[in-house]
Design a protein around this ligand. Sequence first.
Ligand code: 16C
Length: 253
Amino acid sequence: KINDAAVVSTPNDGNTSVNRKHRLAYDVERVVQEHLTYVREEISDGWDLIHQEGEMKVYRREVEENGIVVDPLKIFHSIKGVTGHEICHYFWDYRYRMEWETTLDSTKIIEVLEPDTVIFFQMHKRVWPAAQRDSCFWSHIRCISNSEEDQPTWLVVNYTTPHHLAPIKSPHVRLVANVALICETIINEPPLNIQDIKRENIECKLTYVAFVNPGGWVPSAALRSVAKREYPRFLKRFTSYVLEQTRDKPILF
Ligand code: 16C
């Protein structure tokens, strides 16, 4: 049974000066700011729409580095009935991960840097005939207040980092990931009193971006076809999970 405590994250006013509290604070700030800058970028030439389903649109740019597929991926989606805080809470918090993520053998926190920043070590399911992949990354959740009137933006960033408790051990191959989930909450037909907002009035507009290097050669066509199938599957399953978890709970703004 999951003990559902609210995630600790303090609103950030967008000021980029970093109060250096842990060894990766500058790294976290740099990557968060990069994502916030690029999330506003329009889809341009070179991005292919590879999947569309309801409100979900999945785009991919075909890129190879030294013969290894490292295609950037971007998904836009809109989910009625949940807030950005709720979506990010269930994505960031390790206690729920194995309930929605089907491509993992295990996930483990190996260091807590701050209440909102932890380091994960994960073992991914093996995709035959490729070697099994693992990953080690810091994971950061943040709330950014844009103005008094607007709902804040919530985001989670997962970014590869080395760690002495997670040495690379053959035959496993370490993948390199830079993933962000950025969420805005829209309140449709807002009632006069904030207490009267119902789930039917709220909608979360999300952007999910992934830059993943498989860390070693994998047949390009196989990787692209697994990715095309698995990313939409992940987002559908994850968002249905959040809807199911939050349906009868008070709204977490
Ligand atoms: O963002 C997601 N999950 C987060 C929490 O775990 C975190 C994960 C980052 C790593 C994402 C890399 C995924 C590559 C895994 C390779 C093994 C795939 C096994 C497939 C089994 C059927 O940010 C959600 C991530 C959703 C990932 C969907 C799977 C994408 C497959 C990509 C193609 C891999 C081809 C094989 C390469 C070894």
